[in-house]
Ligand binder design. Structure first.
Ligand code: IYR
Length: 223
C-alpha cells in the first residue's frame, strides 16, 4: 500500500448547526425504524444490490486496514437447504438442553425456536467470516489485528446498508457455527462470525414489541 496522503474531502459542504441537528434527527428516526425480522418474503432482489451492500460493509474501518473478512453470498437453493438443515440440527440441541433456563426465558419475547425456515425463504444468505490471519499467495501467513472489532463494525455497516435499501435482515448465530466453514469449504484461517439472511419482509411479518434503552441509560457525558 502507498505511503502517500491525499486531502480528505467531506461528503457534505459544512452544514449550519440547525442543518446538522435536523440531519441527525432525521437519520435517528430512520435508524430507530430498523428491526431484526424473522419472516422473509422470497421475492428476488437484484444481485447487484447485494454486491453494493457488501462493498459498503467492506468499506468499514479495520485494524491496520487489513479488512479481515470474507462475505459469502448464498442464493443456491440446495446450499440454502443444507445450511438450514445443519443450523436446525444445532439449534435443536440448543433449545433442548444446551441453553440455560435463564437464556430460554430471555428469548421468550422473540417467540423463537429451533425451526429456521427463513434460511431457505430469504433470497440471500450472507455468511460473514472473520480471518484471524491472512494466507498470502505464496502460502505464508500474516497477522490481522482487532479482528472481532473490525468484523463487528463491518457487520454494522452491512445492517445499516440493508436497512437503507428497505430490506430486512437478521443477525443469526446458530451455535456452534463450524458447519458453515465446512459447507462453504472455507480456508482454515476463516471462522464463521454471523449468518445474515437478507430479503424483503413477508407481508405478514411481525416483530415483538421491544423498548430501546433511553439515551440517559446509555450515554454518560463528561463535559
Ligand atoms: N441462536 C438461537 C437462539 C437465540 C439467541 C439469541 I442471544 C438471540 O438474540 C436470539 C436467538 C436462535 O437463533 O434461535
Amino acid at each position: 500500500m502507498s505511503d502517500d496522503f491525499i486531502p480528505y474531502r467531506s461528503v457534505h459542504p459544512p452544514l449550519s448547526d440547525t442543518e446538522i441537528i435536523e440531519l441527525s434527527k432525521k437519520h435517528n428516526l430512520h435508524m430507530q425504524h430498523r428491526r431484526s425480522v424473522r419472516n422473509f418474503s422470497d421475492q428476488p432482489i437484484p444481485e447487484e444490490v447485494i454486491d453494493n451492500i457488501i462493498d459498503i460493509a467492506s468499506s468499514a474501518p479495520s485494524g491496520a486496514h487489513k479488512q479481515p473478512w470474507t462475505f459469502c453470498m448464498v442464493s443456491n437453493p440446495d446450499l440454502k437447504k443444507r445450511i438450514r438443515e445443519a443450523a436446525e440440527k444445532e439449534e435443536y440441541e440448543n433449545y433442548h438442553g444446551r441453553m440455560t433456563e435463564e437464556w430460554l426465558d430471555d428469548l421468550k419475547v422473540f417467540g423463537t425456536d429451533w425451526h429456521k425456515e427463513f434460511l431457505e425463504v430469504a433470497p440471500y444468505l450472507i455468511i460473514v467470516f472473520k480471518k484471524s490471519y491472512d494466507i498470502n499467495d505464496d502460502g505464508s501467513t500474516s497477522k490481522n489485528y482487532y479482528v472481532n472489532e473490525s468484523v463487528g463494525i463491518a457487520c454494522g455497516f452491512l445492517l445499516q446498508a440493508i436497512h437503507e435499501m428497505g430490506l430486512v435482515s437478521l443477525t443469526h448465530t446458530p451455535s456452534p457455527m463450524n458447519f458453515l466453514a465446512n459447507l462453504l469449504q472455507r480456508p482454515k484461517n476463516e471462522k464463521a462470525y454471523l449468518l445474515i439472511p437478507i430479503g424483503y419482509p413477508s407481508e405478514k411479518a411481525q416483530v415483538p414489541v421491544l423498548e430501546r434503552k433511553s439515551l440517559d441509560q446509555v450515554l454518560v457525558k463528561y463535559t
